[in-house]
Design a binder for this molecule. Structure first.
Ligand code: ISE
Length: 340
């Protein structure tokens, strides 16, 4: 049976997910969409053969929808996810699950009250072949205990709406989730250094680059450079220094060009290119999970833990001090698949 998916929010990310659900993921297609821009929604709906439902709550409640994808404006995520849970609908929500930790906790509580997982959060890095392979190697144990991680998250450039807090909330949040999953540990301390020397390619509301430090429960130290106007491409690096060796990501490239005494390799232009396979895999897992009535991808609890960590990073940046990360106890609903 082909699942009927409704997508709320048809900006760039929403359309990207519509394309993958309709063309690359098996077993589902987008049959309805909703967006605050009625004219765009009607036009796009006609283009992809999906019904346009102007009210997102009506889309969520519809008997003709088996799963909901939320790619709308961040402040609307919490309300739509809660609505989906109320209507017993499986829901895939792009990060952030909510704009704050209290909002994420509302979702955790609603799911716990239902007694089953309905929510998957869009942390796609866990599905990237590079991170998966690093995790497998670390789990084998031959490299010994991880001690330090050196990471970079570089975007070629950002627009003038991207400001200083977004470096944590929109960008570093990916490392926050992926590294917690990789190390199978929670973070306990955060610090942010705003280097005095900034790139001239930034603007008044954005401090760029930023340097972030996290420490896990067992004492693993992570440094993360977030540099969102690096100019040369989308460059994601993660090196794990262990007792008996080092393991790191390479940018997936499928060819190199040799010319004029140089050897060129492509650097991806953005996250949609760099993580295309990871996005496809996360959606296939979600669709298969709906069919099997068992959602196993990143959970509402993972969304909450990412939020408490980014909140601490933001506070650390604003105060210039090391900040302790505090979190609630994990409900048993999430225990069996913790860090899978
Ligand atoms: C963007 O929102 C994303 O989610 C990308 O993965 C990230 O690399 C980028 O920095 C964010 O702005």
């Amino acid at each position: 049976m082909e699942l009927r998916i409704g997508v709320i929010g048809i900006g760039a990310m929403g359309r990207d997910h519509v394309d993958r659900i309709n063309n690359r993921v098996n077993g589902a297609s987008v049959t309805a969409i909703s967006d605050i821009n009625r004219e765009e929604g009607l036009k796009y709906g006609a283009e992809i053969g999906a019904e346009f439902i102007s009210n997102a709550e009506d889309l969520i409640a519809s008997d003709e929808i088996d799963g909901v994808v939320i790619t709308s404006w961040d402040p609307t995520h919490e309300e739509y996810v809660l609505e989906a849970i109320k209507n017993n609908k499986y829901v895939f929500c792009e990060k952030p699950l909510s704009v704050d930790s209290a909002g994420c906790m509302n979702i955790v509580n609603a799911e716990v009250e239902k007694g089953e997982r309905l929510v998957q959060v869009g942390f796609m890095r866990r599905f990237d072949r590079g991170y998966e392979d690093i995790k497998k190697e670390l789990d084998k144990g031959q490299l010994g205990e991880p001690l330090l991680l050196h990471c970079t998250h570089r975007n070629a450039e950002v627009d003038s709406k991207y400001d200083t807090p977004m470096a944590v909330e929109n960008t570093a949040v990916h490392e926050v989730d992926a590294l917690r999953w990789l190390l199978q540990e929670d973070f306990v301390q955060a610090e942010v250094i705003l280097p005095k020397k900034q790139t001239t390619n930034t603007h008044a509301n954005l401090h760029d680059p930023q340097f972030m430090l996290l420490q896990t429960e067992s004492g693993v130290c992570i440094d993360l450079e977030v540099f969102v106007n690096c100019k040369f491409g989308y460059d994601i690096n993660c090196k794990v220094v262990c007792e008996n060796g080092e393991i790191g990501l390479t940018n997936p490239t499928y060819y190199s060009i040799k010319t004029e005494n140089k050897d060129y390799k492509r650097v991806p232009s953005d996250w949609k290119e760099r993580f295309i396979e990871a996005y496809d895999k996360e959606f296939q897992l979600w669709v298969d999970g709906i069919k099997q009535e068992s959602i196993t991808g990143p959970s509402a609890w993972d969304g909450y833990m990412a939020s408490v960590t980014t909140t601490a990073l933001s506070l650390a940046r604003d105060t210039g001090e090391k900040t302790t990360i505090n979190f609630e106890e994990m409900p048993s609903l999430y225990k069996q698949e913790q860090f899978v």
